[in-house]
Design a protein around this ligand. Structure first.
Ligand code: ADP
Ligand code: MG
Length: 454
C-alpha cells in the first residue's frame, strides 16, 4: 500500500539522502498515484523531470519505498495530466510518455533501465540511418550470432542509444528468458572498479560472461582507461567464444577512437560496422511529425500553423535531441498561449536554439559548391583573373562566406585568393544589389544556400 502519508515518509528519507536542493528540484514535485502489481506509479510535472528522476534517483526511490514497507519492484513515471488509459500492456505503456524504472538488480544484472520509448516502432527511418536501422533489425530478429559484434557509430544525438535499446526490447520480447544486459561503457567501468575495490572480480566476470546479449553504449568512454579496456577485451572474447551476441556503440569508427585498445578496435572490425549519418531535412521532418503526433496526446489542443514543423526541420541542425527539445518547447508554449502556434511564435520562442544550431559552413565548402555550380575551377576563384565569368562567382563566394560563416572580412579576403577586406565589402554590396534586380542570381544564391545548409 502507498497512501499519501507513506509517500511523504519516503520523501523525507530521500530528502536526507539527496540534500535539500536536489530534493526541491526533483523529489518534491513528484506525486504518488498508488501501487499495483508491484509497480509504484509516480507522476512528474514534466517528462524531463520524470526522465531525470528515473535515471538518477530511481534506485534510491525504490530503496526508500522499501524502507517504508512498500513492496515494489518497479517505478512507473507518468507525466502530464492524469489519463484514463491505464497503460497496462507493454504497448500502451510505451506509446505514452512514461518512463519505467527497473531496479538495477533486476534479473541480477547490473544494467541500466531501458527507456520504454526507445523502440523500433518509434524510430523514424530515413536515408541517413537506413543502414544502421536495417542492421539493428537484423540483429534483433536473428537468433544466430551472425554479424557479431555489431558496432554502431555516429555523432551525438543521432539515434545510437535508441537503436540499441530497440534491439534490447525486441530481443526481450521475442525471448523473455534471454539475459539481455544494456549498459554504458561508463557503467561497465564503474562496476569493474567497484569489483576491484571489493575484491569481487570473480563474480563480476561470471556475471558478465553469463549474459546472452551484451550491449555497451558509448565505448569511447573507456578509451585510454587501460585496466578497464583489458577487462572489457576479455569479457568480449569470452562472449564471442560462446557465440553470445554483442552490440557496441561509439562516437567514431573503431579505428578512429583515440586511445582505444588496438585489440578491441580490430575485434570490433571483425563484425558488422555501420554508421549513422547526420540527419537530412526529410528525416528531420519525419521525426518531427512522428514526435508531434505522440506529444499531442500530452498536450491536447495544441496545434501548429502550416510550415512550423518544416521551419524547424530546416533550421535546426543535425542533432535529433535538439530537435525534440525544440518541439517540446513549442508544445509547452502552445498550451500556455492557448492558440495555434504560428511561424512567428516558433521563431520567437526558439531563437536561442536556432542561433546555437546555425550550421557552421566553411569557406572551403563554399568554394567547392560555387565552383561546381558555375563550372569554374577553385584555382580560378582564388586566382587573379577578373573576367566576368570568374569574377561574379568569386563575388558570390565572398557574399556567401560573409552570410553563412562567422569569419571576418579580412579572413574571407585572405582565404579567397589573398584579397583585401575592401574587395570583400565590395563583393557583398554588389551581390546584394544584383539580387534585387536579377532573378537568375537570386535563384543561384537560393540553391547554393540550400546546398550549403543541408
Ligand atoms: P545517441 O545515442 O546517438 O547520442 P540517442 O539515441 O540518444 O542518440 O537519440 C537522441 C534522441 O533522439 C532520443 O530521444 C531518440 O529517441 C531520438 N531519435 C534519434 N533518432 C531518431 C529517429 N530516427 N527516430 C526517432 N527518434 C530519434
Ligand atoms: Mg547515446
Amino acid at each position: 500500500m502507498m497512501d499519501k502519508h507513506t509517500w511523504e515518509r519516503a520523501q523525507e528519507i530521500l530528502r536526507k539522502q539527496v540534500g535539500p536542493d536536489a530534493y526541491k528540484n526533483w523529489i518534491e514535485p513528484l506525486t504518488a498515484e498508488g501501487v499495483s502489481g508491484g509497480i509504484a506509479k509516480l507522476r512528474a510535472p514534466t517528462s524531463f523531470i520524470g526522465k531525470w528522476v528515473a535515471k538518477n534517483f530511481g534506485d534510491m526511490i525504490l530503496a526508500a519505498l522499501a524502507q517504508c514497507d512498500v513492496d515494489v519492484k518497479r517505478l512507473d513515471f507518468t507525466t502530464g495530466k492524469a489519463t484514463s488509459r491505464p497503460g497496462s500492456t507493454l504497448h500502451a505503456t510505451r506509446a505514452s510518455a512514461q518512463v519505467n524504472v527497473v531496479p538495477t538488480g533486476f534479473k541480477d544484472l547490473p544494467g541500466a533501465a531501458l527507456d520504454p520509448r526507445l523502440t523500433f516502432e518509434n524510430f523514424v527511418v530515413g536515408k541517413p540511418n537506413e543502414m544502421a536501422h536495417a542492421a539493428a533489425r537484423r540483429v534483433a530478429e536473428e537468433a544466430s550470432a551472425n554479424f557479431n559484434p555489431l558496432f554502431l557509430y555516429g555523432g551525438v544525438g543521432l539515434g545510437k542509444t535508441h537503436l540499441m535499446q530497440a534491439i534490447a526490447w525486441e530481443i526481450s520480447e521475442r525471448d523473455p528468458e534471454a539475459k539481455v544486459l544494456y549498459l554504458s561503457a561508463e557503467q561497465f567501468m564503474y562496476r569493474f572498479v567497484q569489483a576491484l575495490r571489493f575484491k569481487d572480480t570473480i563474480s563480476f566476470k561470471e556475471m558478465f560472461r553469463s549474459v546472452d546479449l551484451l550491449i555497451v553504449d558509448d565505448v569511447q568512454f573507456i578509451a585510454g582507461k587501460d585496466s578497464t579496456q583489458e577487462e572489457f577485451f576479455h569479457t568480449f572474447n569470452a562472449l564471442v567464444d560462446q557465440n553470445k551476441r554483442i552490440i557496441i556503440s561509439g562516437d567514431k569508427a573503431p579505428g578512429e577512437i583515440e586511445n582505444l585498445d588496438e585489440r578491441i578496435a580490430s575485434r570490433l572490425q571483425w563484425g558488422l560496422v555501420v554508421d549513422i549519418h547526420p540527419t537530412n531535412y526529410e528525416l528531420r521532418l519525419g521525426i518531427l511529425q512522428s514526435k508531434a503526433e505522440a506529444q499531442s496526446e500530452l498536450y491536447p489542443g495544441v496545434t501548429f500553423a502550416d510550415g512550423v514543423l518544416e521551419f524547424i526541420a530546416h533550421r535546426i541542425s543535425s542533432n535529433v535531441r535538439v530537435l525534440e527539445g525544440a518541439l517540446t518547447r513549442l508544445f509547452a508554449f502552445g498550451s500556455l498561449v492557448g492558440r495555434e502556434v504560428t511561424l512567428e511564435m516558433a521563431h520567437e520562442s526558439l531563437s536561442d536554439i536556432l542561433r546555437a544550431s546555425d550550421k557552421k559552413v566553411t569557406i572551403d565548402e563554399i568554394m567547392r559548391r560555387v565552383s561546381d555550380h558555375y563550372h569554374v575551377k577553385i584555382t580560378d576563384l582564388m586566382g587573379p583573373r577578373r573576367t566576368r565569368s570568374i569574377a561574379r562567382p568569386r563575388q558570390v563566394a565572398m557574399y556567401l562566406a560573409k552570410k553563412l560563416t562567422h569569419k571576418s572580412l579580412p579572413d574571407i579576403g585572405n582565404r579567397i585568393g589573398g584579397r583585401d577586406h575592401t574587395t570583400v565589402i565590395h563583393a557583398v554590396k554588389r551581390i546584394e544589389e544584383l539580387q534585387a534586380v536579377d532573378s537568375q542570381i537570386r535563384e543561384d544564391l537560393e540553391l547554393l544556400r540550400r546546398l550549403l545548409e543541408a
